[in-house]
Design a protein around this ligand. Structure first.
Ligand SMILES: [Zn+2]
Length: 174
């Protein structure tokens, strides 16, 4: 069963109301917009590359991304270990999470990705898995043509991020 078939617009995606996929163009106070829903080719999953036994709150993420010169958090969505989801960019706002592909992708990051000794590992909590899947179903509804991939699945990426195989989602949605 495909839950996105049962969903009807308008839907709330992390607090942003989407009337339908054609009315996504919105004004943003600053920052760049992608040209439209068709521009979104990838939904890219990331991890924060922080240890699973340590807190990496939104405030710290914001601080770290600002220190890297970003206007705000580079990901569109951030999912804490508790399962709480925050949105940091409008859906069509160009993010800062994947070099060369920011104008055609949505970035989703979960807190974690390293085990207690700092080794890359799938540290998703049951809450994170549930919220991530829910969010992906919604994004798939809005951007049915976009591929769901892990950061490391993209060409030229040498990182372990997001530290788990994202095929489970690819098979779920395509
Ligand atoms: Zn990443």
């Amino acid at each position: 069963m495909n839950p996105s078939k049962k969903m009807t617009f308008p839907i709330l995606v992390g607090g942003e109301e989407v009337c339908d996929e054609r009315t996504l163009l919105t004004k943003v106070e600053s920052g760049l917009l992608m040209s439209g829903a068709d521009a979104v080719r990838f939904i890219v999953i990331h991890c924060s590359a922080t240890r699973c036994d340590r807190d990496y709150p939104v405030e710290q993420l914001l601080h770290d991304h600002k220190a890297r010169g970003f206007r705000t958090i580079g990901y569109h969505f951030y999912i804490r270990r508790s399962g709480s989801v925050t949105r940091h960019r409008k859906l069509l706002e160009v993010g800062a999470h994947i070099r060369g592909l920011n104008r055609c992708s949505i970035g989703v990051c979960y807190e974690g990705g390293l085990d207690a000794s700092g080794i890359p590992a799938d540290t998703r909590t049951p809450e994170q898995k549930a919220r991530l899947e829910e969010l992906l179903w919604k994004l798939h509804k809005v951007f049915p043509k976009a591929l769901i991939v892990g950061h490391r699945d993209l060409p030229g990426v040498e990182k372990a991020c997001p530290c788990f195989p994202c095929d489970e989602y690819r098979n779920l949605f395509h």
